[in-house]
Design a protein around this ligand. Structure first.
Ligand code: GLC
Length: 462
């Protein structure tokens, strides 16, 4: 132990102090930077930065109505049905005895994620509706106590992820429509009030914070998640100080856990990155349903996005993005230095919708050939966006993702200082011909792309 401490201190002096200063203005991890050096933080973030692609899972009682409450349907997202259909607590609770996901198969879910090339999964342990999808001692409003299913799917998923080599993580909502400490004002009318902005009852906040901490302790100590992904932090009774306290608490339970920036108040709207006026808690930014236009050097971020228009299952949402769109989103995000957290909303029976499974399989086929251009790579080295596609890099290897196959068969690449030595297409057979000029180099392409969605050329630089 003593030896370990000496190593850490040396690390701190050699590794980090200067960079800490430099990163301080826009680093989403500014708060804990005071407690760990930049290199210690790099070690903690390493697996996540390499992973690049994860599965988001929104699964809860809202899967039962599946976007339909007494014949009332809406364009709104499925997991917000308690809000937009203005369902009273006592009525909403009635979904619990109807929730019996008998087809749930943890091994299958993890396999679907793994085959798609995903390296981690983040699942709703408790969404805004307050229902716990794990076996919690802090409440009986949970899947084991309140549903005929009586089993804990989070236990099964955590174990399966370990078995199949994926990182397992939890989403947890701070805003809670069910906990008695909070109430809903002006339901269904003003979007800045109502369910979107619960009120905290006078003198009840500590009780609720204690409740959250008790649940988080269960989640961290029993399931060993790699990330805690908070949400619902925008309510006006939640402060940045509360966020910092919760951040520290969760890390005290598991020092190397990662926590998103929605634990505190640093998030800039749906853009999800951090405000820079002061220090905010959290390790990474969370753009929602969008990809930041250009990369953000020095900031860790993860875009969370849906495949159709909802997070939680809706039986009638068929507005699916194509596999081409999803694959190109992945490439686009990774070329800008971010992670892609792609959502599925399982059914009340416990299955991932077929349309999602098909798309993930298509992504997996692409990843089987081209995954090395995604995993473990960093942002494009080019300062401007390439007209024909995207680029990622891994050390001396440059990966060129061609979306639009040039009609003249010539790909022009700005020079990077280093000279290209070879350029095979992943999944193709021969090396491509490279011609170097002073400020650029060109690659001669075959007549047809290997993959019309994105063919990847692997350029080895000297
Ligand atoms: C929003 C929504 C929520 C969803 C989340 C995913 O905050 O309120 O329903 O879980 O985005 O990022």
């Amino acid at each position: 132990m003593k030896q370990l401490l000496v190593v850490l201190v040396t690390f701190a002096v050699v590794g980090g102090t200067f960079r800490l200063e430099a990163e301080a203005t826009n680093d989403a991890g500014r708060v804990q930077a005071a407690q760990e050096t930049a290199s210690q933080r790099d070690v903690r973030m390493a697996w996540w930065r390499d992973a690049r692609f994860g599965m988001f899972i929104h699964w809860g009682l809202y899967a039962v109505p599946a976007g339909d409450y007494n014949g009332k349907r809406s364009k709104e997202i499925g997991e917000w049905i308690m809000s937009w259909a203005n369902i009273p607590r006592a009525q909403y609770e009635q979904f619990a005895p109807r929730f019996n996901p008998e087809k749930f198969n943890a091994a299958e879910w993890v396999r679907i994620a793994k085959d798609a090339g995903m390296k981690y999964m983040v699942i709703t342990s408790k969404h805004h509706d307050g229902f716990s999808m794990f076996d919690s001692a802090a409440t009986t409003y949970d899947i084991v106590d309140a549903t005929p299913f009586k089993k804990d799917p989070m236990r099964a998923l955590a174990d399966e992820c370990k078995r199949q080599g994926l990182k397992f993580a939890f989403y947890y909502s701070i805003m809670d429509w069910h906990h008695p400490s909070q109430y809903v004002d002006a339901p269904g009318k003003d979007p800045t009030a109502g369910h979107g902005q619960t009120k905290m009852r006078e003198g009840r906040k500590q009780e609720y914070v204690d409740y959250m901490k008790a649940q988080l302790k269960e989640l961290v100590t029993k399931y060993d998640p790699a990330v805690l992904w908070f949400d619902g932090e925008w309510v006006d009774w939640w402060t940045e100080e509360d966020g910092q306290d919760l951040y520290k608490y969760v890390r005290s339970l598991k020092p190397d856990i990662l926590i998103n920036n929605r634990v505190g108040k640093g998030r800039k709207g749906m853009e999800g990155l951090n405000k820079t006026d002061r220090a905010y808690s959290g390790d990474f930014g969370t753009p929602e349903q969008q990809i930041p236009a250009s990369g953000l050097p020095g900031v860790d971020w993860e875009s969370c996005m849906t495949m159709n228009d909802t997070w939680g299952f809706k039986s009638y949402d068929e507005n699916w993005k194509s596999s081409e769109r999803l694959i190109r989103n992945l490439v686009d995000i990774v070329s800008k230095g971010g992670n892609y957290l792609l959502n599925v909303g399982p059914t009340p029976e416990g299955t991932i919708p077929a349309a999602s499974v098909e798309r993930l399989a298509a992504m997996g086929q692409w990843m089987k050939v081209n995954g090395e251009s995604i995993h473990g790579t960093t942002a494009s080295p080019f300062s401007t966006q390439l007209t024909w596609g995207r680029a990622t890099r891994k050390g001396n290897t440059l990966y060129l993702h061609v979306f639009d196959w040039p009609a003249d068969g010539t790909l022009k690449i700005p020079s990077m200082g280093a000279q290209p030595a070879s350029a095979p297409i992943l999944g193709g057979d021969a090396d491509l011909k490279i011609e170097a000029a002073a400020d650029s180099f060109t690659i001669k392409l075959p007549a047809r792309p290997v993959n019309p969605i994105a063919s990847v050329i692997k350029v080895q630089l000297h």
